[in-house]
Ligand binder design. Structure first.
Ligand code: SF4
Length: 329
């Protein structure tokens, strides 16, 4: 359903090309085209899912938005301000509104810090609180994410993977951010725990009026949580639509392939679907193919696909696609 809400984030022409030059004097210039000219926006209060294989550029996109790395080119307009134009000091202040939940709850928490200090860290950096106020905030945050505050003096290794991710979530929401980038937050967890964490994120979104960018490897996870979904391939967004549009009417051949990769419980239907699976590996982003980035694996590819990059076009209201065949229709 099309809902008119103000845009909280707008990304325009965003690129990140990593210099991976080789040779003693780095004379042989080489770049890894991790993110290669993407445009999208995120509305206040919604969840935008970003899906793609390893090497698609989805995590680099998340890192660019939270300013962990600088873009090569493009604009990141957050809350009306282009983050790429801010000084370090101005950025530090804005960062409180922009948080990241990491993929790996095992390595993202300092093992030598107690839970109290882990959750208190962003509060100590950005707010001046008395000891009592800080203590009360930690208790409130632990309760919000479903952790018992009596464990605030324990270390991360004394918790399960799911509980550690809850600690990571408490850190991310501590400053009441406007936008949280969730970078594959459940992929390192047991399947039985994944839905608990997803349900917690949905609950917090409602209670705290949060906006999410939710990055994942496959469609089943983002389907659960997203309002709209962007599909990335080799540094580019190839399709972007509302969840309903994407699942009902996927237009890009790569999205079609991702849909086919979703396991189907019915064995009678499973065989016919599997025929559509995408073959081969994603090309090396240091040496991306000319034309449509997907043409080396696309079963519909025609001559033009090898030479010309398809335009990312709005084919229906809020349904954008980059494919020569779809653009002709
Ligand atoms: Fe396939 Fe051509 Fe469309 Fe690319 S532009 S997805 S190669 S049909």
């Amino acid at each position: 359903m099309y809902v008119k809400q103000p845009k909280l984030l707008e990304v325009k022409g965003l690129k990140k090309h990593f210099n991976v030059s080789e040779g003693f004097f780095k004379r042989e210039k080489k770049y890894l085209y991790a993110v290669d000219g993407i445009d999208f926006f995120v509305k206040e209060g919604e969840t935008l899912g970003i899906v793609g294989e390893s090497g698609s550029g989805k995590s680099t996109t998340g890192n660019l938005i939270v300013q962990l790395i600088d873009p090569t080119e493009g604009q990141i307009i957050f809350d009306g301000v282009d983050l790429t134009t801010l000084s370090k000091k101005e950025l530090r202040r804005k960062r409180a509104d922009l948080q990241l939940i990491f993929q790996d709850p095992y390595s993202s928490l300092n093992p030598r810090m107690k839970v109290f200090d882990l959750i208190a860290e962003p509060l100590r950096t950005h707010q001046k609180l008395s000891s009592e106020q800080l203590h009360n905030q930690i208790v409130e945050l632990m309760e919000l994410v479903g952790l018992n505050p009596i464990y605030m003096n324990r270390y991360p290794h004394q918790f399960s993977g799911g509980q550690r991710q809850r600690i990571g979530i408490a850190r991310a929401i501590a400053l009441h951010p406007k936008l949280i980038v969730c970078d594959e937050p459940v992929s390192a967890l047991d399947v039985s725990i994944q839905s608990q964490i997803l349900n917690l994120l949905v609950k917090l979104q409602k209670e705290l009026n949060l906006t999410y960018i939710f990055i994942a490897h496959g469609l089943p996870v983002v389907k659960h949580i997203s309002d709209r979904i962007a599909v990335m391939y080799l540094g580019k967004i190839v399709e972007l639509a509302t969840k309903e549009q994407l699942f009902k009417n996927p237009k890009h051949p790569y999205t079609e392939g991702l849909m086919a990769a979703i396991p189907i419980p019915d064995p009678m239907l499973r065989d016919s679907k599997n025929e559509q699976l995408i073959e081969g590996d994603i090309p090396n982003p240091v040496n991306p193919p000319r034309g449509c980035p997907f043409h080396t694996r696309c079963k519909y590819a025609v001559d033009i696909c090898k030479d010309e990059l398809p335009v990312f076009q709005e084919k229906e209201k809020e349904h954008f696609v980059a494919c020569h065949l779809v653009n002709k229709q």
